[in-house]
Design a protein. Structure first.
Lengths: 626, 102
């Protein structure tokens, strides 16, 4: 029995069920159905995963049906579970399950409880479809569906204008990336004649023609633009910070652990294609990733909203992943994707717990001293923060260090420098957020914060364990099992690795030492600034950074405002004047013509007879005279 | 024996037809209108017979029988209509019947 379709099937079925009858069920039932469906998907994922190792080809395929058959275009609705997709399936369902459990408590008493879980399950199913798709088109369907779910969940509290606007923004910005993705898919099909992942890699491994090779960079570039939209990289990053208007578990699941990593996954999935266009990888993907990592980290410093700090941090960490892909270290990127899913989900859940306790207050200036009231949340946030900062032996250290090492080894030292600086900045801003939230004296004495309940606690504790120890799956001294697990998928890395040993320079030990020192310096600097003094206003450069170095203002002035003005002008004059005028004018012309013609229908028989006579004479005359 | 030339029959047919047309267009009484139509039909019959004789072809005479049959049918339907109109409107003035005015 093939377990693969069930992985998508369980959450999908649950979503449909809850969507139809969820409103009539109790909260307990709804939460149980939703969580268990994801747990079932996790179990199916485990079954499939063990099956993958057993098969020779390393992949289990499940063809559901022939989807499109038009001339040369043959696309099957097919799923494929291999080592790469199995990894993502386990991360999505594993972290997703914990967040579902957390949500059952977090969302208690909210209006639309069933609606929330309907969307959340639909998201899980869509994400799994994205991950499991055996060709680019199935992946694209999942890609669009997660975008839809993201929109629905950001705007979950749609009666709040800010939430509705944030949902819209996310949707519109993603549309730009998706359009490029779609163009890339079309160009890919025209060039290679197939959309199936296995066939793509076969076609590219088989000494493709020169013309094909010449088109690959364009395809890779278009696909990468799609990835920047979904994964919030420069210049399409603007939607992610606003997406924090959604419920916090949604931020944890969609906007930290899973959906935003879809871009990274897409590039890894199409690795043969990107590896055949090395110029795009090193020249664009790596540079955009590194620039985003540093840019977003600096913006995070000055944020006063705890969730926005985490959002910018997510953008920054995604930048690391793209940088890893760019320097050819796909396994390191995926390793960071995995550990990041653990610790960033943990940080978000802890932030949600704070919000829950403080009745929606998330402004760092109004928080403080929560360490005593909420020990579990504090411990969870601290572990997540340390993991993010890259302090050994927590999860983030192993993966981030591997990326920095790969960047250095690839010979692109500027990327390594940017990455290292970012690591320091990261340690600084997350320490600031942690200190302002949990230490000092409570800013608001009237609030009576309380620790989270059992469901939220369990989710945080399990994620804390993963954040603390999860990095060991890729630890070098244990033989780097993670790397070996994915080795078969990414042959190209061997070359990068070989080049690095020839380059010489700093040894691996020195690199590790540098990254640890930078992280500790960042933490210490933040500690010295924020441990005692509460109101450290950020001056000059940091304030500018907090405003995204003016980028958001630039977008607003250069793109949003003109478009809005155009829309208003069109709606005010053009639409009623020209569009409606044309439609109404055509109608009025026919009504007027009809009013004239109807006079001919006098109703008098003799007049009709006269008409017949005249016509007969005319016809006769014509025949006689012609 | 036939001193009357064939053209005279054709001219008579045309004159009768024209009188019929004039009657249809100018008179308002339904019954007169009806009779005018009959006149037109018979003018056509006359023309048919004349031309049959002229060309030595019996088709024209044959068609006359068809026309007679159709005319009989038409009389039945037409008179029924006139009776119907008279019953509902108490008049046979054809201009009083204009319910189909647009």
């Amino acid at each position: 029995m093939n377990a693969v379709p069930w992985i998508v099937g369980f959450p999908l079925a649950s979503s449909v069920l809850l969507g139809l009858v969820g409103a009539r069920l109790g909260e307990r039932t709804v939460g149980a159905i939703a969580s268990l469906s994801v747990l079932a998907a996790f179990a199916a994922g485990l079954v499939g995963w063990s099956g993958v190792s057993a098969t020779e080809s390393g992949a289990i395929r499940a063809v559901l049906f022939e989807w499109i058959t038009v001339a040369d275009l043959r696309v099957a609705a097919a799923l494929q579970l291999d080592r790469l997709s199995a990894l993502l399936v386990l991360v999505v369902t594993g972290v997703g399950f914990l967040i579902h459990v957390y949500s059952t408590e977090y969302m208690r008493g909210e209006d639309g409880y069933a609606r929330y879980f309907t969307y959340l399950n639909l998201f899980t199913a869509s994400m799994l479809l994205l991950v499991l798709g055996a060709n680019v088109l199935v992946m694209f369907v999942g890609w669009e569906l997660v975008g839809l779910c993201s929109y629905l969940l950001i705007g979950f509290w749609f009666e709040r204008p800010a939430a509705a606007a944030a949902g819209r923004k996310a949707f519109v910005v993603n549309r730009i990336g998706d359009a490029a993705f779609l163009l890339g898919i079309c160009l890919l099909f025209v060039t290679l004649g197939t959309l199936d992942f296995a066939e793509i890699s076969r076609a590219l491994g088989d000494h493709p023609q020169q013309a094909v090779l010449a088109t690959l960079p364009a395809i890779a570039l278009l696909l990468f633009v799609g990835a920047t939209g979904k994964s919030a990289q420069l210049p399409l990053h603007v939607w992610l910070p606003d997406a924090m208007e959604g419920p916090t578990p949604v931020s944890a699941l969609i906007h930290a652990a899973t959906m935003v990593t879809a871009g990274v996954y897409m590039i890894a999935r199409l690795w043969p294609l990107f590896a055949a266009a090395p110029g795009v990888l090193t020249g664009v993907v790596a540079v955009v990733g590194a620039a985003t990592a540093l840019f977003a980290a600096t913006v995070a410093i000055g944020q006063n909203d705890l969730k926005r700090v985490l959002a910018w941090s997510t953008i920054s960490q995604l930048g690391y992943m793209f940088m890893a892909l760019g320097v050819g270290a796909a396994t390191s990127g995926l390793f960071h994707l995995t550990t990041h899913a653990f610790f960033k989900a943990l940080l978000f859940l802890a932030a949600g717990s704070v919000m829950h306790a403080m009745h929606g207050v998330i402004d760092l200036r109004r928080l403080g001293g929560l360490r005593h009231a909420m020990p579990v949340t504090f411990a969870g946030f601290a572990i997540g923060a340390i993991a993010l900062s890259g302090v050994p032996p927590f999860a983030g250290f192993w993966s981030k260090d591997e990326i920095l090492h790969a960047a250095y080894a690839s010979g692109q030292v500027p990327l390594w420098i940017v990455g290292t600086i970012t690591a320091g900045v990261t340690a600084f801003y997350i320490t600031r957020a942690a200190l302002l939230t949990f230490t000092g004296t409570p800013a608001d004495r009237k609030a009576h914060p309380h620790e989270a309940g059992p469901a939220m606690k369990i989710a945080m504790i399990l994620l804390a364990v993963l954040s603390a120890a999860g990095g060991l799956i890729g630890a070098k001294f244990l033989g780097a099992p993670f790397e070996h697990y994915l080795e078969l998928m990414f042959h190209a890395e061997a070359h990068a690795e070989a080049a690095n040993h020839a380059a010489g320079g700093l040894s691996e030990g020195a690199l590790i030492a540098i990254s640890i020192v930078v992280a500790v310096l960042g933490i210490a600097f933040a500690w010295s600034l924020f441990n005692r003094r509460r109101n450290v206003t950020l001056g000059g450069l940091a304030a500018l950074a907090a405003r995204q170095w003016g980028l958001e203002d630039l977008y607003r002035a250069a793109i949003v405002r003109p478009l809005e003005a155009l829309a208003i002008a069109l709606a005010g004059r053009f639409d009623p004047g020209v569009i409606d005028g044309a439609a109404n004018g055509i109608g009025a012309a026919f009504v007027g013509a009809g009013a004239r013609v109807r006079a001919w229908q006098s109703g008098y028989v003799r007049r009709y007879a006269a008409g017949v006579l005249v016509s007969a004479i005319l016809v006769l005359g014509y025949w006689l005279l012609r | 024996m036939s001193a009357v030339p064939l053209q005279a029959y054709v001219i008579l047919s045309a004159v009768l037809f024209s009188i019929g047309v004039a009657g249809v267009l100018l008179r308002r009484t339904a019954l007169i209108l009806f009779m005018s139509i009959e006149l037109m039909l018979n003018a056509v019959n006359l023309a048919f017979v004349t031309f049959a004789r002229m060309h030595g072809n019996l088709s024209g005479q044959l068609i006359v029988f068809f026309v007679l049959v159709v005319a009989a049918v038409e009389v039945v339907v037409g008179l029924a209509l006139i009776v119907g109109i008279f019953r509902s409107r108490e008049t046979v003035d054809i201009d009083a019947v204009d319910a189909l005015r647009g």
